[in-house]
Design a protein around this ligand. Sequence first.
Ligand code: B12
Ligand code: SF4
Length: 467
Amino acid sequence: MRILFVTSAAPARSAFSTSEKRPPLGLGSLMALTRQAGHEVFFIDNYLQCSDFIQQRFLQENRVDCIGIYANTICYRDTLRMFSEIEELREQGAWRGKMLVGGPHTSVALETIPEFVDHVVQGEGEHALMDILQGRETERVIPGRRVDDLDSLPFQPWDVFAALPYDFTCPWIDASHVFTLNTSRGCPFNCAFCSVGSIWGNRYVCQSPERVVSEMQMLMNDYGAQGFYFREDHFTLSLKRTTSFCELLLSKNINTQWACETRVDRMTEELVRLMARAGCKAFYLGVESGSERILALLNKQITLAQIENTIRWCKKYGIKTYCSLIVGVPGETYDDFLQSEALMQRLRPHSYSFNVFVGIPKSPLYLQCLKDKSYEYMDDLGLLYLPGFDIKCGYFYGLDSSVLVDHKFRQRTAFDRQLNARWRRRKIYWTVAGMIPPRLRQALRPLKNRVAKVLGSVSRPGQNNED
Ligand code: B12
Ligand code: SF4
């Protein structure tokens, strides 16, 4: 069969950043598997570069039998556009192939998928796709079966990905050829703002250290990889796997750099030391908040002590830390935010950023906001925005909210009023500071801390602490 896999283009405006362009490893897994089974595979990444492939007659000219579309909620408008243009071709008799869709959106908003789409795969796609292609599966909606042995899956189609202009860098790794890998699936936690549990389920499955290292070696030998970025929810969930992975890199004398995402509750000093010895250069940490109350409300199941210890050990062994914090969740107060800010100022990670809460369908907080109607606006994708979203966009991103969402926010919480007042004071500070000649500003520097005491911090909230 001749199969075309496509992604959907990012919307012009989005409350989630859509600027990071990396290979879509879920589709990659399906492409590698179908190729291995002898099918001819085509790939168009509209998220990376918008294309007009339907109007350009790509389906007809390449005699495509089946199109498989990756759908996530943020890019779903473009998915809908493709569905209807392809259906129009079918109605005109200009193309007679099958239309398949998979990806996170199918698990969280099945009801939004048009009836004319032939197969909708929820969760993992490998088994379901092979069953459809071999005619063993005829149902329209297919809950994907989990892949129990991730080692059995072929390597990603790197020949295809390496030829495209993806971001092959990582801000924390000093190398130009950094490849993204995804070596595990599923998450046993249930953080209130996250929808991963409803997409993947709670069972965690991972590739063996040997499998991970062999793909890394192949990438180093054949594609000149100089570094790796494990872009997955839980690279370090299994202490045994992380330890064996590091020991394998060391025993094979593999000299490379890598970064991963991790939870602070998985870390011990010994593990951080071992990871650093094995080439780990950075952690992306879901810190979320400096307020114990908010951590509990988010069901994050981490403590401030664990955050502090992890950052301290990382500094000791030379691993950079990037902390991601969430702000503006229902029930959060200005005081909670001050605690987050104080934590970052005290621990001084390499960098950190505040992300303004937007409800993603099916996450526990989303369902709660729907139930108690604490949101101010729901957009056409079903995303929920809370009162004061505009104030927080201005404060934390330096952006007018109209750049991200088409709604004029009116409601305010006490948190927003206090944040707004501080923002105004800070703007005055920066305007006045900008009018002072640089030399005089230098001389007045010692006064900055006193001013900060009156205004709250005078530096910007998202920071790089290059120390
Ligand atoms: C790494 C990652 C990224 C990377 C790489 C993206 C990529 N496409 O691989 C980057 C940073 C670029 C990124 C960007 C975005 N991401 Co992201 N990302 C992830 C993360 C952590 C892992 C993705 C992954 O590799 N999964 C593993 C593979 C195996 O799964 P998969 O890609 O879903 O594919 C499987 C199935 O879905 C299915 N499938 C997929 N497509 C198809 C098609 C067909 C035809 C079939 C049959 C099956 C099928 O089969 C695949 C193999 O089993 C997930 C969280 C997660 N655990 O999934 C979030 C996640 C997917 N991202 C999310 C979001 C919102 C985004 C962005 C829209 C915005 C953002 N900045 O966060 C952009 C959009 C990217 C895009 N290409 O459209 C959300 C999606 C939520 C939703 N309801 O849609 C998730 C679930 C995280 C969350 N916040 O809950 N992301
Ligand atoms: S935020 Fe991370 S740890 Fe929490 S549920 Fe989502 S994937 Fe799991």
